[in-house]
Structure formats: C-alpha cells, structure tokens
Design a protein around this ligand. Sequence first.
Ligand code: CA
Length: 453
Amino acid sequence: MKSRITAGWRAIGAGAWMFAATLAATPAGAQSSAGAGPIILPGSITGSISPPASSAKSWTGEDGASGHPLMTAAAIREAAENFDQCIAGMWPEAARRRISRESFARFTADLSPDLRIMDFMDAQPEFTKAIWDYLDLLVSDARIQKGREILETHRRTFDAVEKTYGVDRYVIAAIWGIESKYSALIGDRDVLRSTATLACVGRRQAYFRDEFLSALEILHRGDLRPDQLRGSWAGAFGPTQFMPTSFKRFAVDFDGDGRRDVVSSVPDLVASTANNLKKDGWRAGQTWGYEVEVPAGFNYMQANRARQLTIAQWQGLGIRRVGGRDFPRQSDTAYLLAPAGARGPAFLMLPNFRAILRYNPADAYALAIGHFADRLRGSGPLVQAWPRHERVLSRTERLELQQILATRGYYQGEPDGRLGGKTVEALRHFQSAAGLPADGFASASVLERLRGR
Ligand code: CA
C-alpha cells in the first residue's frame, strides 16, 4: 500500500467502484492540507476497483479532461502505437533490477495497452460525495461485524504482528476492511498490463515506469503469481491494496514460506500492512486522534494542519474531548481538523493520523480508517452530528467559487474545481472578512454569500 500516497493513485477499497463515477481524480494532497469542505478524494478512489459494468467497455477515444498534452486522443493513439517499443525500451532498466531476460520476455510477451484506463485517469465527475456519506458507506455495521470476525479468526496472527511491529491491530483490520471489504473487492485488472499501459501512455509515465518494473520484479522473484497480481486500474493489488513499489518497500514474509504473499496469506498481508504503517511513523501505544467539542466563537483559522499544539494548549483554548472524557496525555501534540466546518464534528489529530495519511493522503480516508478502528475496538458512533442538510457543491459550482474568490483577490491559483489547500485558505480569509466562522467549508450558503446575494 502506500505508494499510492506519493502519487495519489492509491486505492480506497471496498466498493470503491461505486465512487468511480462520483469522485474526482484529484492529485494527492490537493484536498489534504486544510481539510474543510465537501470532500474530493484523490484519484486513488477512482483507481481502486474496476467498475464492474463499465470495465469491459473500451476507451472512449476522446481527449482527456485534464488538458494535458499527453492525454489528447491523438497523443494516446500515438503512444499506443509505440507501446511494444516502449516496453522493449525498458529492458535495460529491468536488467539492472536483476530481472532475467527470460522472465522479461515471458511476462511481457502478450502485453497490450488497456486504453480504457485513460478515461479513468482523467475522469472529472460533476458530483462528489460528502464526507458523511463516505463514512456511512465505509464504516457500516456489516463491515464492523465482519471486521470483528476477522480479528477473532486471525487472533494469533494479529497478536504476533502487533508484538513485532507495535501497530494497533484495529487500524490494520480497518485498512483491510476499508480497502477491500476484507478481500471481497480487490479489483480484477491485470496489474502488469495496467502499469505497462500507464508507463507508456498518458501523463504519468515516469511514475508508472517504476510501478511496472516493480511489478515485473515481483513476478520474476515469484513472490506472487501473475493470476494473483490483479487489482485496480492504477495498479494497487491485494486486500490492503499495495502498489508494486510499496510492496517492494514494505512487504514481508511473515509466515516464513519464502514468498511475500500479500494477496493470499493473511500473516503476510497483515504484517506487511503493519510494517508499512510502522515505517510511515506509527507510534506504538498511541491512538490516531480524538473527537472533540469546539467552544462557541472559536477562531477556526486555528483548525489547520500546520498549527500543532499540545493537548494542554488546546484545552486552554476551550477544546474538550466529547463525552466528558479526559485526554490520556497532556503533552501530545495535535492539530485540529473540522472536516465539515464549524457545524460538524471536530477532531484533534495525533501523529498517528499522519501515518495513516501517508498511506493515503485524504482526510476522509484517514478519518474513515481511524473511526472504523475505534468501532472495531468497541467504541460507539461519533457523538456530534454531521451537517447533513448541507449540499455538496457540484464541480461547476466549485469552479465558480474559485473564480469569485480569484476576482475578489483571495485566490491566486487557476480555478480547477478542486477544493485544495489554497482554495480553503482563500475561503477562510473571505469568511473571516465577512464575519463568518473561518472554517473553509465550501457550503452552498457561502457560495451564495460570495455571489454577493
Ligand atoms: Ca509468505
């Protein structure tokens, strides 16, 4: 898992194909820094699971929506015609990676480009999901029940992994559940073919060359068989959706059979996921964060990932843990996240939340993992209500919001329909000047306000 992070192509599992039509392909981190406003998840989401009905369809043959010169229909056709040469041209690098000539020839012999991926890569859906709908779908009672069964069935594995890596079993179980609904939804695209396509066609070729060559290494070494190496259009595979490069960095052979089988071996996939989190900075014995209550009149400019205070300092600003509970350690540093603005739940996020974000840099994803882990541990639902009356802005409305912010001097970037950090900061400054809570949440009413009505 994991490299999805660096590139933002990571999968968000379970049923994620359902999001394919509704979630925009946003570059990693675009949403992550400020965290308020209707969520657009990274393109990872669209990449996670192949759409069931449409996966058999062929490429639309149209220019990509990104406007990138390598995504025009003509550029895609030209790259597809050069596909065989492109693959052959990667042999020297494969040889440097100690892939044998025989393996290279065998695994690349029947490759052809899967151009349907170009449609997924540049998808810019008009509508997106609100974070509460996303959490409802992923943290369902059925999934919690299944997660508890998994934890019980594999109790000894989780015991051993927790002891070896110091990573909370409930977080690992949450990742497995969210990514693939406990292996039920893994995706059925040939990872070698997908990464070969992306390495030779489209706007992310340099990134995907490494993924393709890493996939070849996995096959050459025999950690996984070709029939196991299936997954999302973006190359994530297995129950916890490793990318080939993240497999190289994090996969371990925990059951000792000589293969790092993160697809079919529960000890290997659980331990490899734990190893991933550990190497991303997971701190043993700590949780990811706490749901908190924010006092009336609070300055939401402080709800910013860059503003790290100790729990004691946050308490001094009037922040309280929900349910009247105490914080375990006053000296922990945390930042305040209000993903749906001043009218929704707020959270103090500890360093382990950042470890989850390195797995996938979307607040909605990391919050789903953290909350799901708490539910598996036996905690109840969130205490505070989401602002479910809020309508999520369409892409057209998001573009308009950015355009007005730009016209009024708050936003310097190019309007792109993505509510990333710059947009949220611009919105905060507008809200502050207008005497509204500066939560950066792009509601329909704030758009109305911007329109000057
Ligand atoms: Ca093994």
